[in-house]
Design a protein around this ligand. Structure first.
Ligand code: C2E
Ligand code: CA
Ligand code: CA
Ligand code: CA
Length: 279
């Protein structure tokens, strides 16, 4: 048993070491990737729960290295945050979303908001808010054309300067969503103090809600309080019929997930919008 314990210990420290090394290498590669234009955005529709009409999109970052396999944002975003590359990467996302939104508008395919994920580190640098406004101006967009998503933990840690910027955007009519709702450390009282318009219920609740009464209860309570506070409620990660029926039944406003659409490349979205416009 003692032997096992020691092996266990060695195994974990080895793993820790490998992990650090991997992150370090990833940070190096990220730097190069920014120079080489290896990023693209995919867009996932958010549809009205009652009639499945596409209301808006969420922009999701994709990295296709010129050599090697695609790398998931769940892996490289944390590395980008630690290495400060998140600012340049995040600014690129904001600019690309605005450019894309203007392009779709100019082709007669506009009118649907695109939501941008903002990470915690990213908003500590207030330049991000100036960048959003500059990009909107450059492309003649309004606060209805783009929205932002922030996790609970990011909102809790936001200082008064950040909140001031968020409040201004909120008052100018921008949609601001709490992402991954229910997984962070926020208390419900924050729902009334933060300048937010929407709650995105985390996919972990949605996944099990059809069979797990606790997950369902949490979702029901979230919808109830969200609506009482005048917020829009989005269910994330809806993959099947049973989940869809449940989120409809408990009154979620919007649905996002593979059951309707996976995140798609821009030209695929254009095709979809064209058929929507024609319909
Ligand atoms: P998120 O903001 O919670 O985004 C939703 C994630 O769920 C996306 O993963 C999306 O592809 C995935 N998803 C959507 N529908 C389904 C479904 O029905 N089933 C399952 N299993 N998954 C579904 P993705 O694209 O891999 O992104 C992972 C995370 O990376 C995002 O989570 C977000 O936190 C971060 N991220 C992605 N793009 C950006 C970005 O441009 N900036 C920042 N700061 N973070 C980003
Ligand atoms: Ca999100
Ligand atoms: Ca989410
Ligand atoms: Ca997430």
């Amino acid at each position: 048993a003692k032997q096992n314990g020691r092996n266990g210990y060695c195994f974990f420290s080895q793993q820790l070491h490998d992990d650090l090394l991997r992150r370090h290498r990833l940070a190096e590669r990220l730097r190069g990737a920014l120079r080489n234009d290896e990023f693209v955005l995919h867009y996932q529709p958010q549809v009205a729960a009652h009639n499945a009409r596409i209301e808006s999109f969420e922009a999701l970052l994709r990295w296709y290295p010129s050599q090697g396999d695609p790398i998931s944002p769940a892996e490289f975003i944390p590395v980008a945050e630690q290495s400060n590359l998140i600012h340049r990467l995040g600014d690129w996302v904001i600019h690309e979303v605005c450019r894309q939104q203007a392009e779709w508008r100019d082709r007669g395919l506009g009118g649907r908001r695109i939501d941008i994920n903002l990470s915690g580190k990213q908003i500590t640098q207030l330049g991000v808010f100036r960048h959003i406004e500059e990009c909107m101006m450059e492309h003649d967009l309004t606060t209805r054309d783009i929205g932002i998503e922030l996790t609970e933990n990011v909102l809790i840690q936001a200082d008064s300067k950040v909140l001031e910027h968020l409040r201004r955007l909120y008052h100018e009519g921008m949609k601001i969503a709490i992402d991954d709702f229910g997984t962070g450390y926020s208390s419900l009282s924050y729902l009334k103090t933060f300048p937010i318009t929407s709650i995105k219920i985390d996919s972990t609740f949605v996944r099990d809600a059809p069979t797990d009464p606790s997950d369902r209860a949490i979702m029901e309570a979230t919808v109830f309080i969200g609506h009482r506070l005048g917020l829009e409620v989005v269910a994330e990660g809806v993959e099947n019929r049973a989940q869809l029926e449940l989120v409809r039944e408990i009154g979620c406003d919007l649905v996002q997930g593979y059951h309707f659409f996976k995140p798609m490349a821009a030209d695929e979205v254009a095709g979809l919008l064209r058929s929507h416009v024609d319909a």
